[in-house]
Ligand binder design. Structure first.
Ligand SMILES: Cc1cc2nc3c(=O)[nH]c(=O)nc-3n(C[C@H](O)[C@H](O)[C@H](O)COP(=O)(O)OP(=O)(O)OC[C@H]3O[C@@H](n4cnc5c(N)ncnc54)[C@H](O)[C@@H]3O)c2cc1C
Length: 490
């Protein structure tokens, strides 16, 4: 008889693991706190508007292709390649930088700003590519059974990279360029890891290789949530069941195995195997009551920043705004150093705007646009009171209107926001930290919460706060590593 698996959480990590196991013959059931699947990869659909609520694009599309191939199914959604990747706008300047994938076209954007940009970028990316080649398969896409085996793997990494490990992302990337524009644009990707270029290790400059020369970014036809609906559809073909509005709050165990999980209504969910897609550190602390993950211990770990996200439907069109846009101010270094910890920095916020309706006309009524704003903010460790959220949102909307010389406030017909409090409450994100545990050197690889439980042999973890880390491709890699653990247990 096939083994039963309960998966707690329907984030991308949970769904991908479920698909791997279900297509191998396991009988899978999902329990999910939220009323619909997807976790942070989610959607708001209201008043004729559709918004992706979190992820807007992803790199390494081949990780999705590998997942689909491993499961022996057809690719259920269509990738859309982004070119330009996004645009960057600086406060006080009308010049817009479009980040084209073609290096010659990209270099044209920096004419008169950064002399010999192409030569400098090529030299920088050569180093980033070497870092990528020497670490990704060896360190990121591996299960480690112990800290010594992890350290052994690290020791095999080409020693030529050692000096890089002693620098920050900013120190490494900015040393190749002179202009503030080139330095800031190239370092923006560190924010995608939920920290800043000033406190992210330079080893992550390998992401610049992924961004500029390896895969670039993709999204999905119909919007990012299509990933979720199509995976759920595939899962349904394998008789997988879903219970929503179901939060796991307790467990029962015999010897070294969990026998059932208990939800908020006291209902028990029995299985042979349990996969936890909820935050791997928080779940251990709050549900399994592990001392190593007590509230005090959790608060001492390093977490990523929070996000203030808001979703705006306007009854006008914005031809001058691209699909993916970054808006930076004029105090990058001070801003970046403060943004995670100092609510005062938010007076003149930096932000990102996505216009989903630009390439997906079905996502807004005729003549309207669906705008999604993301603003990096301190998580709830550093800013507990969000009563001023409307002030912040209005100041961003004002700044956006000024930059485009079009007042959008009078055209707003839909508005909704998620503060770090909402992110915390909706998806159990510790202190509303948007990407979970940070990727500091002491919180990656075998030093990150493990993807197998320390005590219960039939319990495994998948997703952002276990290995390898945050981001959609990482969630898919995580599912592969977790599924391997399940097969090994068998
Ligand atoms: C604003 C924002 C923008 C982002 N942009 C990008 C981007 O552009 N590209 C990119 O690659 N990544 C992006 N990310 C990161 C990406 O969203 C995450 O890394 C990824 O979605 C995490 O998936 P996951 O499976 O680890 O967990 P989650 O998506 O967090 O799923 C976990 C699920 O578990 C459920 N759960 C938690 N606790 C319980 C419980 N006790 N009982 C039952 N269910 C429970 C939650 O409700 C949730 O549905 C972004 C994140 C945010 C917040």
């Amino acid at each position: 008889m096939s083994k039963t698996v309960v998966i707690v959480g329907t984030g991308l990590g949970g769904l991908s693991t479920g698909l791997r196991l279900a297509t191998r013959g396991y009988k899978v059931k999902f329990v999910e706190k939220a009323p619909q699947p997807g976790g942070r990869l989610n959607q708001i659909k209201k008043d004729g508007f559709t918004f992706d609520i979190g992820p807007i694009f992803f790199s390494m599309p081949y990780e999705f292709e590998e997942l689909i191939k491993d499961c022996g199914i057809e690719m259920p959604f269509d990738f859309v390649e982004l070119d330009p990747l996004y645009t960057v706008n600086f406060r006080g300047s009308d010049r817009k930088f479009s980040l084209y994938k073609d290096i010659d076209k990209l270099s044209e954007q920096f004419e008169g700003v950064e002399p010999n940009f192409k030569t400098k970028l090529t030299a920088y990316l050569k180093k980033c590519e070497a870092l990528y080649n020497d670490t990704v398969n060896m360190v990121i896409k591996q299960n480690f059974d112990s800290i010594p085996s992890y350290l052994m793997a690290l020791m095999k990494v080409n020693p030529v990279h050692l000096p890089v490990l002693l620098k920050t992302f900013w120190k490494q990337s900015s040393s190749y360029f002179e202009s503030k524009e080139a330095q800031q644009i190239v370092s923006l990707i560190a924010f995608f890891l939920g920290r800043t270029p000033f406190d992210t290790n330079a080893v992550y400059t390998l992401l610049s290789h992924i961004e500029f020369s390896h895969t670039g970014y993709y999204n999905v036809k119909g919007g990012m949530y299509t990933i979720v609906t199509s995976l759920v559809n595939e899962l349904s073909k394998h008789n997988v069941s879903f219970e929503y509005n179901t939060e796991i709050v307790d467990f029962k165990a015999t010897n070294n195995k969990i026998t059932s999980l208990t939800d908020q209504n006291g209902k028990t969910h029995e299985a042979d195997i349990f996969v936890i897609n909820a935050d791997a550190a928080l779940f251990r602390g709050t549900v399994l009551n592990r001392k190593k993950f007590s509230d005090k211990k959790l608060s001492k770990m390093t977490w990523t920043m929070g996000y203030l996200t808001f979703y705006v439907g306007v009854k006008t069109q914005l031809p001058q705004v691209e699909h993916h846009n970054y808006f930076l101010g004029d105090n990058y270094e001070t801003y970046a150093k403060d943004v995670m910890v100092n609510p005062g920095t938010l007076e003149k916020p930096y932000y990102y705007v996505n216009v989903l309706s630009k390439h997906n006309s079905e996502c807004a009524p005729n003549g309207c646009e669906a705008l999604f704003f993301v603003c990096p903010v301190p998580n709830l460790i550093y800013k507990t009171d969000w009563a001023d959220k409307d002030e912040m949102i209005n100041s961003i909307l004002e700044d956006f209107s000024e930059r485009f010389k079009q007042d959008i406030s009078k055209d707003i017909i839909f508005k909704m926001e998620y503060t770090p409090e909402d992110w915390q409450n909706q998806f159990n994100l510790y202190k509303g930290a948007g990407l979970g545990l940070s990727h500091s050197m002491l919180q990656i690889g075998a030093l990150r919460p493990k993807n197998y439980d320390e005590k219960f042999k039939n319990t495994f973890y998948v997703g952002s706060s276990t290995i390898p880390g945050a981001g959609l491709p990482m969630a898919v890699i995580s599912s592969k590593l977790t599924a391997e653990r399940v097969y090994d247990y068998e």
